[in-house]
Design a protein around this ligand. Sequence first.
Ligand SMILES: *[C@@H]1O[C@H](CO)[C@@H](O)[C@H](O)[C@H]1NC(C)=O
Ligand SMILES: *[C@@H]1O[C@H](CO)[C@@H](O)[C@H](O)[C@H]1NC(C)=O
Ligand SMILES: *[C@@H]1O[C@H](CO)[C@@H](O)[C@H](O)[C@H]1NC(C)=O
Ligand SMILES: *[C@@H]1O[C@H](CO)[C@@H](O)[C@H](O)[C@H]1NC(C)=O
Ligand SMILES: *[C@@H]1O[C@H](CO)[C@@H](O)[C@H](O)[C@H]1NC(C)=O
Length: 489
Amino acid sequence: MSLSLLSLAALCWGAASPEPTVQCGSENELSPEWKVQHTLIPGDLRDLRVEPVKARVAPEEYSLRMNISWILRADASICFLKATKICVTSHSNSHTFSCVRCNYTEAFQQQTRPLGSKWAFSYTGFPVELNTVYFIGAHNIPPANMDEDGPSLSVNFTSPGCLDHIMKYKKKCIEAGSLWDPNITACKRDEKTVEVNFTTSSLGDRYMALIQSSGLLGLSTVRESKPTRTSVVVPVSGESEGAVVQLTPYFHTCRHDCIRRRGMVGRCLPASLHPSLDSNRRVLGSWLPLLLALLAAAWMLAVGIWLLKQHERTKKASFPANTLLPRAKVLLVYPSEICFQHTVRFFTEFLQHHCRSEVILGKWQKKKIAEMGPVQWLTTQKRAADKVIFLLSNGASPTCNGACGESEDSPWKDSQDLFPLAFTLFCSDLTNQTRLHKYVVVYFREADTEEDYSALNVCAKYHLMKDASALCRELRHIKPPGEAVTSLL
Ligand SMILES: *[C@@H]1O[C@H](CO)[C@@H](O)[C@H](O)[C@H]1NC(C)=O
Ligand SMILES: *[C@@H]1O[C@H](CO)[C@@H](O)[C@H](O)[C@H]1NC(C)=O
Ligand SMILES: *[C@@H]1O[C@H](CO)[C@@H](O)[C@H](O)[C@H]1NC(C)=O
Ligand SMILES: *[C@@H]1O[C@H](CO)[C@@H](O)[C@H](O)[C@H]1NC(C)=O
Ligand SMILES: *[C@@H]1O[C@H](CO)[C@@H](O)[C@H](O)[C@H]1NC(C)=O
């Protein structure tokens, strides 16, 4: 009986106090509460934050607004809290000032939320312009009396420009090409020419591709008004492998001031060995069933013969000489300032496709790293890898610039830079002659190894792309696993 009464009481209490939410509306004039005296007022806010958020308002149109969030202080004065007033002043060409008042829908019965966390609310509304300083102030209502210094909290917020991953959705940025993905690929065709491929945009009809390393190597302009994949050959006056290609668009709205994009010049793949494959495809189609039947028969014959031979050889069979060597496993570490999109991805693809290597990248194993911890992960991967490559930036390689940072996938923003940790962990191996051969340093430009990492000077060094084939040779001639393991552990 008493138990059911208790649970009934609990039910009523729960139903009587739903969690407060906020209802916000514009209130640019003084709040009416200022006009009366209050003996008891709520304390100030504990935290106030601002970040830009985007909302799609039409298929190709976004509105960018401030998400202002705040946390209430968990003290007894919370029971006097009725509303929070937020005012935003902008300091751009024109001064603007506007306020909202957010009423709490219920009186606060508890200092914290039912599960113990502090009360937190947010309001999304004030529009955000590019590169503007905003001053955001907030105070609780009822406010302090007119002649008293009332508690309030304020923050400054400087909105970023078009390269920001949210601001790029601003109409002005989209018109300047912020959402355009040129997907630049470039390769050295020979000593005198570089081939640059990219996707054009409907925003303009002229582009300039510029190849530069320490100085300008060459440039070409392209005219194209429709979005399509374009190829341009740029004559160059020097070594172009590893150089940077900068693509400057001239769009109608931004003209000479549009967002420029960058890529890197690699080495062109050798011309396909089967140039007539396409024309052969149709002929192949009609012959395919017969061909398949023949192949199957030949295969069965081959298997039969092989089985016979195996039988003859019995246990004398040794390791077959010309089976394909296993792929070399490479652990690639690089400092956070190296641009992932352009440099690391390019280098990884190079290792995979040209050197038949399997690449282990921290970036692709974030979850595993989080589970194991970076030290354990690095140690395990080092043991599994045939080579550990330190990719160095030397301050001169195409590090993350604005054009690169705009990608949402910017390097290690949310995770740890593994490079210094790997260096520290593997450092003792560098003084051990038998273990040293596992480590390789790869750099893009001639320069001294950074002082902090000078211990790496003892490692085999390769200059990309100049020593690319030597690096591949080294990776292809990894010792048989058994031997490697004994010398490494
Ligand atoms: C908030 O409360 C005040 C005073 O009760 C009222 O004048 C105002 O209209 C309310 N605002 C909203 C958005 O509900
Ligand atoms: C605004 O920020 C708060 C706190 O970070 C978050 O809970 C809320 O979902 C955000 N609102 C929008 C529209 O992004
Ligand atoms: C915000 O910026 C204004 C103007 O630049 C400055 O006077 C003020 O001290 C800043 N306030 C904070 C909280 O940083
Ligand atoms: C970029 O171009 C390459 C080669 O043409 C293609 O394989 C890749 O899918 C493209 N990526 C994007 C994001 O369009
Ligand atoms: C550029 O495109 C052409 C034609 O599609 C292709 O043959 C060539 O390999 C591409 N070059 C690069 C560097 O992507």
